[in-house]
Write a protein that binds this ligand. Structure first.
Ligand SMILES: CCCCCCC/C=C/C(=O)SCCNC(=O)CCNC(=O)[C@H](O)C(C)(C)COP(=O)(O)OP(=O)(O)OC[C@H]1O[C@@H](n2cnc3c(N)ncnc32)[C@H](O)[C@@H]1OP(=O)(O)O
Length: 196
């Protein structure tokens, strides 16, 4: 399990890979933190796309590690804060599911592109915990308190088209989600340079 990084022109594409659903195990979190930190510091990289392997963005915290002491040593909160604070545009490319900590990671990105088949949600309530990696703050800021509360207290999976209407994602595409995310990142970069 690892996060891997490739370059598309000046956009780093970081792929989260922990089959089958890219659950955020301790070792995956450590790998994401390393790849993201390196990409943030690399002056040849102008923007970052985060995506998942195996047809999913990320199903959230690794439930199988709950109760183990590895939970906090590389916290998802620290990763999310670093993503949010990044000076380079960061775009999440969401395929399959972005659930729990997976959606919280995507919410920390500056933009989100989802495949039309994707689903997003904060199902923590269904297993008796809270979206404790920023979801209770970032989601209401993005879509308003009533809609965010509805998602948080029901824990339902929201289809991509509804997520677009709610404002959880910025764009929905039928195919080539990662390419669309790269394009959005390049568009944002173009706008940045046009303003200077
Ligand atoms: C204690 C404080 C911690 C703070 C953490 C910060 C806050 C974040 C919390 C969270 O993220 S909690 C987790 C939230 N996510 C979920 O609850 C998702 C649960 N999973 C599902 O809804 C479904 O599994 C799925 C992802 C929609 C996939 O469904 P599908 O029907 O396609 O496959 P399944 O047979 O259900 O699952 C396949 C396989 O994957 C394993 N798995 C699924 N989710 C997780 C997970 N979050 N962690 C670890 N493993 C997961 C599932 O157990 C199956 O494994 P096997 O049985 O095949 O070994």
């Amino acid at each position: 399990m690892a996060a891997t990084r490739r370059l598309s022109h000046s956009v780093a594409v970081i792929t989260i890979n922990h089959p089958p659903v890219n659950a955020l195990s301790h070792s995956l979190r450590r790998s994401i933190a390393k790849e993201f930190g390196d990409a943030s510091k690399d002056s040849s990289i102008e923007a970052i796309v985060l995506c998942g392997a195996n047809g999913n963005f990320c199903a959230g915290a690794d439930i199988k590690e709950f109760g183990s002491s590895t939970l906090d040593s590389v916290s998802l909160n620290n990763i999310n804060d670093a993503v949010e604070r990044c000076q380079k545009p960061v775009v999440a490319a969401i395929e399959g599911v972005a659930l729990g900590g997976g959606l919280e990671l995507a919410l920390s990105c500056h933009y989100r592109v989802a495949n039309v088949q994707a689903r997003v949600g904060l199902p923590e309530v269904l297993i008796g915990i809270l979206p404790a990696a920023g979801g209770t703050q970032r989601l209401p800021r993005l879509i308003g308190i009533p809609a965010a509360l509805d998602m948080i207290v029901r824990g339902r999976h929201v289809p991509a088209t509804e997520a677009l209407q709610l404002g959880v994602v910025d764009e929905v595409v039928k195919a080539n989600t990662i390419d669309a995310a790269i394009q959005l990142a390049r568009k944002v970069l173009g706008e940045k340079y046009n303003h200077h």
